[in-house]
Ligand binder design. Structure first.
Ligand code: OGA
Ligand code: MN
Length: 239
């Protein structure tokens, strides 16, 4: 069989034809899954809900960690109030917590992802966000967290709050939704605590509550902070 002779036209079209490049490979998760406009939404509405923030395998591993911590009695009852006057108050807040320390690959993946968020938010919206603190939170059935603002008191350096949910197959009737309120106390959003969803909101301006849950409810709560510049000694003792 004779191959057709290569005509000059063919060569030309072959050179200009689009090359097929494999889609995939090295594009990182943040590039392929980052929704448009999350920073704009935060700036305008003070709130953004981001679905499928991490791959399901990472979410599963993080959920397994919380329940392993529960079973090993490594969770502590959460407290409320400022440093120095913190106390437990089950009527206000019923979760059990454990601070993340980066001990597992899943925690490292989560923390690395949050750090990308921190850098972008710091560049575009909240200059000087320099640190993130995160804890697992597990609410037993029958518990809740009453309406509050994360950084209401003077001297609180939290500026961006993030809650990442770890619960599979959450249904409306399970309760435990994150309720968001306006400044008059009217509920304006109700968010299901579904595995893979990250909710971001401004720590100083968004009143919110965890409605009573009927199932075990697992999450990671994080806060990004600015430096405490309230007095020279306050910042000095960090170093
Ligand atoms: C908090 C909080 C919300 C949630 O820990 O401060 O408001 O949905 N958590 O778990
Ligand atoms: Mn809160």
């Amino acid at each position: 069989m004779n191959l057709p002779a290569l005509s000059p036209e063919w060569l030309e079209s072959a050179e200009t034809a689009p090359t097929l490049v494999p889609v995939v490979a090295d594009s990182s998760l943040s590039e392929c899954c980052e929704p448009d406009g999350w920073l704009d939404a935060l700036a305008n509405e003070h709130l953004f809900v981001w679905s499928d923030f991490l791959p399901p395998e990472t979410v599963d591993a993080l959920r397994d960690e919380v329940y392993a911590l529960r079973d090993a009695a490594q969770l502590a009852q959460a407290r409320i109030g400022r440093a120095g006057e913190r106390h437990r108050d089950r009527a206000t807040r019923g979760d059990w917590i454990h601070w993340l320390d980066g001990a597992s690959p899943a925690q490292q993946a989560f923390m690395a992802r949050l750090d990308e968020i921190r850098l972008q938010a710091s560049r575009a919206l909240i200059p000087g966000l320099f640190e993130t603190e995160s804890h697992f939170a597990l609410y037993p059935p029958g518990t809740h967290y009453a309406r509050h603002v994360d950084a209401f008191q003077a001297g609180n350096c939290r500026r961006l709050s993030l809650v990442f949910y770890l619960n599979r197959h959450w249904r409306e009737r399970d309760g435990g939704q994150l309720a968001i309120y306006d400044n008059e106390g009217r509920e304006i959003h109700r968010i299901q605590p579904r595995a893979g969803t990250l909710v971001l909101f401004l720590s100083q301006t968004v009143p919110h509550a965890v409605l009573p849950t009927r199932r075990w409810r697992a999450s990671i709560a994080s806060w990004m902070r600015i430096r405490d510049l309230s007095g020279p000694l306050a910042s000095l003792n960090r170093f």
